[in-house]
Design a protein around this ligand. Structure first.
Ligand SMILES: Nc1ncnc2c1ncn2[C@@H]1O[C@H](COP(=O)(O)OP(=O)(O)OP(=O)(O)O)[C@@H](O)[C@H]1O
Ligand SMILES: [Mg+2]
Length: 551
């Protein structure tokens, strides 16, 4: 029988109040981390591990070799293994990295990376134990001549601490040089759709042409994306926070923990773009002595300091903390994947939102395999009028879910596509045999949730995406209209060629002139007309300078 509800006193309530561990919270709220349905859960597990592998390889300046194998254990249960040739992980860190939420090396460090929260891989481990009760197996070799550490782990959710179920050092493990391998058993669902792991792997390969990627899906199909570039991409450097992007509470925490002695040195040492003149100016506006201690600033003084920081003009943050893929590599990846008849990529200059530098890259690929059906035939007019395929990336990671709530999508939808020769109904995505690809890189990507699926709608971001795509769209429009003119002229030429012989025969009957010579003359006239009507070779034009035509 249900217990009757009784009124409680503050004292009784007090006895029930307790701190909740972050792991316990996410155990109940796993949808916040991308584990809200079995299809998405399988993708999230793979994504968290692959993103970490690519990040680790780049940090160690190693060209990545990534292996992803998904085997079906029983219906809707999968064994996922992700292996990399990265730097490996030292033994004492393995339990914390894989079995403790909010533990990592990338949080708030002022450098572009796929990971940023320190929660991704331990959330996957937690999901595995929640759904199959199994621990996660880690193999890691941090040095070529050292043994491989093998550990089986679970996460103690009441304490958010690791539980080591088994550990040993292997002399001859499967990892040859350095690297890490993770194997999890999870409940999930495998489907082949635009949200599938297959699609995530394909899109990851486009954006990471410096990686070798081997992938085996549950039906046992094997995919190999060989690296097309034997060089590490440009690697981002780390920057300190920019004062204009720091909130008051963070300023207070930083001031009280600083190693600098004075307020002036705190401003210069702990932030970027603050020189001695600006530091003095900030203190003067705040009515503070620049030589006073930063560690003992009161709440009131912090408020004044914060307000005067906003008033002082400072240089924008440096942008070598960003590493866009670059126009050439971007186009190369798309050519390999779509074999398009036209492709154009644009990398915009870096800009800033809330003190965080970010940079937008966009591309349009048109025609080629995008105009074919899945069985490789030329699609009908109707099929070609399907919405374009939109591919979104953040810090080189594909975003497969939450397309409609993402700022990158909103920017594409906000363009008046008819101006660029593509159909668009009801402010949605344009239609045509094309793919639009958008990439945002930033030191801090403003995701709408911890699951890292969509970008928050900052006006600065939407504006930059629009500018980048419009630039590509202008070139696409030129290409398509050039091609249409050429096709029309070609049609006319064909008709003329057909009738030129008949015409030659008729003229011969009247004038007695040689038929072959007459036809040759007529064809020469047709050729001249054809060239005048733009039927010559279609060339791609250079991109025009960017400006917003929507304004
Ligand atoms: N394959 C790997 N090789 C080397 N180090 C790794 C590997 N995977 C994870 N790490 C380390 O473990 C840390 C925690 O990883 P985790 O995925 O939980 O968080 P993150 O990548 O920092 O951020 P996010 O939550 O956004 O993914 C990383 O910051 C990194 O230092
Ligand atoms: Mg991660």
């Amino acid at each position: 029988m249900a217990k009757e509800a009784v009124a409680k006193t503050a004292e009784q309530l007090g006895k029930e109040q307790r701190a909740i561990s972050v792991a316990e919270f996410f155990e109940k709220n796993r949808h916040l981390l991308g584990f809200d349905n079995p299809t998405k859960a399988l993708l999230t597990v793979v994504k968290e591990a692959v993103d970490n592998s690519l990040d680790a390889c780049e940090e160690a300046h190693i060209l990545p070799d990534i292996k992803v194998i998904i085997k079906t254990v029983e219906e809707n249960v999968f064994r996922v293994t992700v292996e990399d040739n990265g730097p490996g992980i030292v033994k004492q860190q393995i339990p914390h990295i894989f079995a403790r939420l909010l533990y990592g090396s990338k949080f708030g460090r002022g450098k572009q990376g796929r990971g940023q929260q320190g929660i991704g891989i331990s959330a996957a481990v937690l999901y595995a134990q929640l759904t199959t009760g199994k621990g996660t197996l880690i193999l890691s070799k941090p040095a070529k001549d050292k043994p491989t550490h093998k550990m089986e782990l679970k996460l103690d959710t009441t304490k958010n601490e690791p539980k080591v179920l088994h550990e040993e050092d292997l002399k001859d493990g499967p990892l040859k040089h350095t690297g890490t391998s993770i194997t999890l058993e999870i409940q999930g669902k495998y489907i082949q759709s635009k949200h599938s792991v297959d699609e995530y792997m394909r899109q990851t390969a486009i954006m990471n042409p410096h990686a070798n990627i081997h992938y085996e899906n549950p039906p046992g199909e094997k995919f190999n994306w060989k690296r097309s570039i034997e060089k590490m991409p440009k690697l981002p450097t780390e920057i300190k926070p920019h004062p204009h992007g720091v909130e008051m509470g963070i300023l207070e925490r930083m001031a009280h923990a600083t190693a600098s002695r004075t307020i002036a040195s705190f401003l210069q040492n702990d932030f970027c773009r603050v020189g001695s003149t600006s530091a003095e100016e900030i203190c003067r506006l705040a009515g503070l002595d620049s030589g006073a201690s930063a560690r003992t600033l009161t709440g009131d003084q912090i408020k004044k300091l914060y307000e005067s920081i906003q008033k002082v003009k400072l240089m924008r943050p440096p942008t070598d903390c960003l590493a866009p893929i670059g126009t050439k590599m971007f186009e190369e990846g798309l050519r390999t994947e779509f074999k398009p008849e036209f492709v154009r990529a644009i990398t915009r200059d870096p800009v800033v939102y809330r003190g965080n530098p970010f940079q937008i890259e966009a591309a349009i690929a048109y025609g080629g395999s995008l105009a074919l059906t899945q069985s490789g035939e030329v699609a009908s007019e109707d099929a070609v009028q399907q919405p374009v395929k939109l591919i979104r990336y953040a810090n080189k990671m594909p975003l497969l879910y939450e397309q409609s709530s993402c700022a990158l999508t909103k920017a594409v939808q906000g363009i008046k596509w008819k101006r660029y020769g593509l159909e668009q109904s009801g402010g949605g995505l344009p239609s045509g045999p094309a793919s639009i690809i958008v990439h945002i890189c930033s030191t801090w990507v403003p995701y709408t949730s911890e699951g890292k699926e969509a970008i928050a709608s900052y006006p600065e971001i939407i504006e930059e995406v629009k500018l980048a795509i419009q630039e590509c769209a202008r070139d696409l429009m030129r290409y398509v209209s050039h091609k249409a003119r050429g096709e029309l002229a070609e049609k006319k030429r064909e008709i003329f060629r057909k009738y030129s012989m008949e015409l030659a025969v008729s003229i011969h009957a009247i004038t007695g002139e040689d038929k072959e010579k007459l036809q040759a003359k007529l064809l020469k006239i047709a050729e001249k007309m054809y060239k005048q009507q733009g039927g010559d070779e279609i060339e791609e034009e250079k991109p025009a300078p960017a400006h917003n035509e929507e304004e």
